[in-house]
Design a protein around this ligand. Structure first.
Ligand code: C2E
Ligand code: MG
Ligand code: MG
Ligand code: MG
Length: 290
């Protein structure tokens, strides 16, 4: 990965980078083992509708249960998996596992969202795997949602659009994740067949504190509504945010206020899901009644 800086070829190479390369190598080797020994787990974070406070589904979020290091977050290993190509096998595991678990949930109306990174997205392959995961698990296509990010749309436009359309034709929905953090070209929204836009947590964090953030969030929600695209706010942590999002017409919310990512056994029971978020729901209902 040595980049030619135009100066000495040795100039970029420091002991720090050596340590970083070593760290990545260890993670990569660990990931190969993790796949073989089945050390991954999916947690599920609830998504609620703001208009009626109903649970609509869960986003699946991967964790690595390392035998000695404990639980490792995706931000630590997903980038390494992407660079090494291991994301393909990990991504397959996630897709099939999420479909299988969701198919077993008691409430058959709940959706499951699966993150698919740009590095694992392969036109011709991805649509085939999605179809296979549905048949194999018996999950109704309407219950599956694929989350992609803007980085996917930068390269390989025509083939990507074609694949997204094929996935949609199966009955699966497509969500644009982390909206606002990438290039956020508004033209993506007309060129690509999205069902949902997820406003990145960084915008939600300063909601109500920063007038320009408020304006941007309100504009994205307005745009979504006029394009007939559902809007999810990510990272909702307090009622102040809920009040503003509700006033702006946001459709769905996801965040620690409504529930942290939890085990599939929790997701399996809607009642438990509601108990966990009872506080947030009660607060949300009384705010709506005001
Ligand atoms: P993401 O898809 O945007 O997922 C949302 C992240 O925000 C999750 O972090 C979630 O735990 C966190 N979060 C949710 N609500 C709140 C909140 O109210 N406050 C705060 N501070 N954080 C909140 P997580 O699980 O660590 O995942 C990080 C990222 O790793 C994900 O961002 C996604 O890009 C990636 N990722 C996770 N699972 C997978 C996977 O199965 N496949 C792929 N390709 N990427 C994944
Ligand atoms: Mg996501
Ligand atoms: Mg996100
Ligand atoms: Mg993210």
């Amino acid at each position: 990965r040595a980049k030619h800086s135009g100066r000495s070829t040795f100039a970029w190479y420091t002991p720090d980078m050596d340590a970083e390369a070593q760290r990545r190598k260890e993670i990569e080797e660990g990931l190969v083992k993790a796949l073989r020994l089945d050390q991954f787990q999916l947690l599920y974070q609830p998504q609620y509708s703001l208009s009626d406070n109903k649970l609509k589904g869960y986003e699946s979020l991967i964790r690595w249960e390392h035998p000695t290091k404990g639980t490792i977050a995706p931000d630590v290993f997903i980038p390494v998996a992407e660079d090494s190509g291991l994301i393909e096998d990990i991504g397959d595991w996630v897709l099939f596992h999420a479909c299988r678990e969701a198919a077993r949930w008691e409430d058959k109306s709940l959706r499951v969202a699966v993150n698919v990174s740009a590095a694992q997205f392969k036109p011709g392959e991805t649509e085939r795997k999605v179809a296979l995961a549905l048949t194999e698990s018996g999950l109704a296509p309407e219950r599956l949602e694929i989350e992609i990010t803007e980085s996917l749309l930068i390269a390989n436009t025509a083939a990507v659009v074609d694949t997204l359309q094929k996935i949609r034709a199966l009955g699966v929905s497509i969500a644009m994740d982390d909206f606002g953090t990438g290039y956020s070209s508004l033209s993506y929204l007309s060129r690509f067949p999205f069902d949902k836009i997820k406003i990145d947590r960084s915008f939600i964090r300063t909601l109500g504190e920063n007038p320009s953030t408020d304006a941007i969030v309100t504009a994205i929600i307005g745009l979504g509504r006029s394009l007939d695209v559902q809007i999810t706010a990510e990272g909702v942590e307090d009622m102040r945010q809920v009040t503003l999002l509700r006033a702006a017409g946001c459709h769905l919310v996801q965040g620690f206020l409504y529930g942290r990512p939890g085990q599939a056994s929790d997701a399996a029971s809607v009642h438990l899901g509601e108990t966990l978020t009872a506080g947030a729901l009660a607060a949300s209902r009384s705010a709506a009644a005001r």
